[in-house]
Design a protein around this ligand. Sequence first.
Ligand SMILES: Cc1ncc(C[n+]2csc(CCOP(=O)(O)OP(=O)(O)O)c2C)c(N)n1
Ligand SMILES: [Mg+2]
Length: 572
Amino acid sequence: MNGGDLVAEVLRAQRVSTLFTLCGGHISPVLVGAKARGIRVVDTRHEATAVFAADAVARLTGRPGVAAVTAGPGLTNTITAVKNAQLAQSPVVLIGGAAPTVLQGRGALQDIDQMALLRPHVKWARGVRRVRDIVPALEHAFRVSQQDVPGPVFVELPIDLLYDESVVREWYGAARTGRSPRERAIQAYLKLRVRRQFRGAGAHRATPPAALEPPEPDAARLREAAQRLLTARRPVVLVGSQALVIPEIAGSVRAALERIGAPVYLSGMARGLLGADHPLQARHRRRDALRGADCVLLAGVPADFRLDYGNHIRRTSCLISANRSRIELRKNRRPDVGILGDATLAVTGIADALSADPYRWAHWRAQIRERDAARDAEIAAQAAELTGGVNPVGLCSEIAAALPAGAVVVGDGGDIVATASYVLRPDSPLHWLDPGVFGTLGVGAGFALGAAMVYPDAQVWIVFGDGAVGYSLSEFDTFVRHEVPVVAVVGNDASWSQIARAQIELLGDDVGTVLAPTRYDRVAAGFGALGLHVDDVEELPAVLAHSRDSGQPVLVDVRTGRSDFRKGSISM
Ligand SMILES: Cc1ncc(C[n+]2csc(CCOP(=O)(O)OP(=O)(O)O)c2C)c(N)n1
Ligand SMILES: [Mg+2]
């Protein structure tokens, strides 16, 4: 077994079924070793895609997603995706090749200080220097990525740890004997080095991971939170991605929210947690609801820009916050009851300390529901407005109608995705993926690829802006080669609209925000996917149904018009 095989043994023991990659000589033994052990190796056209895909696997399964990339530029290409995973608290294991240990710092190919490059963007990083350390380092990486606040980790594996000892010996010229004393001395040194590098190579065998216990919240705090909730007259609960860190117990969060009985807003990976249409769930006018609330429970949700740094919550209302992160727990606003620990355990613990009472807060719930229904009616009216081209709200409504049951939807774009997130209603949790708090354009293809590997029987749809799809186009080649039948719908308004809107309004110039009405369907068709184009809303239902049933990767380019749906929204 060479070092690549050892890596693959760990992946197998950790039950990794897919390895995302873009090849390079530095990591070839990892790819070959993985394939030999039945791990699916999915090669992409950009390293960022490989990491985005691993991130999607991690978010959807709660288990680390894995990407392997080559040294130097292979690794620098991943940075945006690694940072995206870090901010989304997603457990990604990134394996990077590296120059041979003996040549590092001597002008070797693609040799840079990779540890310094990655360290600020990961939870933990290790540069392995001996073959025997590969297994323990990787196993530690898997564990750390999931503990407490999950996040990406990085393991650097120099090329001379991954190939067979005999090959490395050959590279180092250690098999030859030198002529001059100096040559002989160098060769003796290299021989010693190789021997040290490979000593005890098989000492550690890969073992299955031990179960990880989620961080347990303090019971007294949970009781206190329950008491505070009970004395409230207008409570609101916000549930975020952290409540889905352990997907297997998602059902218990739902039951707990029902037992609590306060209106609920869901965000991130928690979207869909209450099904498509639950009487407790509110979708619109969250700010108004928070302003009216006298008690707010944040379950795995930080008070960041999305809550206007905590300002959406009234100073006088009681704030209960549950978070795995000590920093997020107190960000911008000290909670009245701070619960450090797993958000799922916190919500279920609070619910257990409350008696179920269907009449509690009934009036307040009705008030929120009414407001929601009024906004839904407004959206329906906006969907029917004439916009010159397909109305973006109408497009999202048609997508909602065409989506098959169990579909996973990935959002990658500006206004079009914000619109989609209001109109589309996932029927279960872990079926909606967006970049998260980093707001990264370009996640589309990678997220869809990861989702398709996790749910082989479900259909994956991507809602793209025409700006955003540019980052993902070459991955239609990946979808075709790996037979991943995603349905991508591009809302093509020939603009980076989300930026153009504010730029024109505030600065009176659209410079840098204008795109052409490019036929992205033709680009996808060039890669061998099915490309379809729509400029009349009437054609849309038939085209979307055909896309859904085609069984191959599809890109539907939809000429969209302008809508005021997103007017005035700007994030900072
Ligand atoms: C990597 C990255 N670059 C730039 C941005 C800034 N940005 C946010 S939304 C947006 C416009 C997106 O345009 P498009 O995908 O066409 O969607 P639209 O708003 O037009 O619906 C841009 C450029 C970003 N969020 N991420
Ligand atoms: Mg656009």
